[in-house]
Design a protein around this ligand. Structure first.
Ligand code: NDP
Length: 296
């Protein structure tokens, strides 16, 4: 018998159905949650993400605003757009799609976003709030991983969570969230990265292993403890001549060898992937509920 599969599609469907009820309640009280996405330039992957976000908003009955600026837009123009959207009461969530062109100061843009609308949870005020256990929003991808664990009934309290990767959008917030007091967390956390000595020795200690390296098939069966829960955040395109597109998506985890050891595992694709947009939508609904005074 293989390991149990933890599928983001199934988990996100449960969350979407809760969001639909919250959105209906808001609509009954006269508020339609509004999400604005600012896209600078024509990076194809960013265009796809922005389109997916807009489509999901519409599907859920939320308002979606996409602001497109040319790739050579000036910093001041982008900052002005952010200020306008900050001031627009029909917009509850606001994000600027990253990466930005190299001439733009990304930190300055993130700092300009009203923390109350910062649904990506990139503003330092929101990162700080998360760290002290008083979150306004949770960053979407790690929050999605936490929901996958919680909604699959996986105990995290007292378990050893090893996070491989220390990026600001996945690894660091993942570690910060799992070490918090309370439900869905209370874990003992270790963070590994490219300077970790003896990565396999560290990953073998994990009861729950969350991998966000961006290196295809790097975690192999011999690096995983028998019975561990493995969540693969990695999304890598690798050449595949047998596929019509000439490439396929693989995770950071070598699925076959790790499946032979794990008690539960999230595949790629179909695992964490759908969770990011789902948690972004959840943040936007939360922002609208706060603005409407439904929650504090
Ligand atoms: P980054 O490239 O920003 O970070 C990768 C991290 O992995 C770094 O901390 C790096 O260490 C570490 N790392 C790299 N090589 C090794 C190694 N050989 N051993 C140990 N650690 C290593 O990536 P992100 O965090 O942004 O994303 C990680 C992966 O998750 C990517 O594949 C990305 O596409 C995917 N992703 C998927 C999402 C989704 O499914 N919805 C959303 C977001 C990301 P160091 O800091 O020392 O360089």
């Amino acid at each position: 018998m293989g390991p149990r599969l933890i599928l983001g599609k199934d988990v996100s469907e449960g969350i979407y159905s809760e969001l639909r009820s919250r959105i209906s309640a808001l609509a009954a009280a006269g508020t339609v949650p509004g999400l604005a996405v600012v896209l600078v330039g024509d990076d194809p992957a960013s265009q796809v993400y922005v389109r997916m976000k807009g489509r999901k908003c519409e599907e859920l009955g939320m308002r979606s605003v996409t602001v497109k600026l040319p790739g050579d837009a000036a910093q001041a123009e982008l900052m002005e757009k952010v200020r306008e959207l900050n001031a627009d009461p029909s917009i509850h969530g606001l994000l600027v799609q990253l990466p930005l062109p190299p001439h733009i100061d990304e930190d300055a843009v993130i700092l300009a976003i009203d923390p109350a609308k910062d649904v990506d949870c990139f503003h330092p005020a929101n990162v700080g709030r998360m760290l002290i256990g008083k979150p306004a929003f949770l960053p979407a991808t790690p929050a999605g991983v936490q929901q996958m664990l919680a909604r699959s009934g996986i105990e995290t309290r007292g378990r050893h969570v090893v996070v491989v990767g220390r990026s600001n959008i996945v690894g660091k917030p993942m570690a910060a969230m799992m070490m918090q007091k309370g439900e869905g967390a209370d874990s003992t956390v270790t963070v590994a990265h490219s300077r970790t000595a003896d990565l396999a020795g560290v990953t073998r200690q994990a009861d729950i292993l969350v991998v966000a390296m961006g290196r295809p098939s790097s975690i192999t069966g011999d690096m995983v403890k028998e019975g561990a829960v493995v969540i693969d955040v990695g999304t890598n395109r690798v050449p595949d001549p047998s596929s019509p597109k000439g490439e396929r998506l693989v995770g950071d985890v070598e699925f076959e060898s790790v499946s032979a050891k794990a008690s539960a595992i999230s595949p790629v694709p179909g695992g964490v992937g759908p969770m990011t947009i789902c948690m972004l939508m959840a943040n936007a609904v939360t922002a609208a509920e706060r603005a409407a005074g439904v929650i504090q």
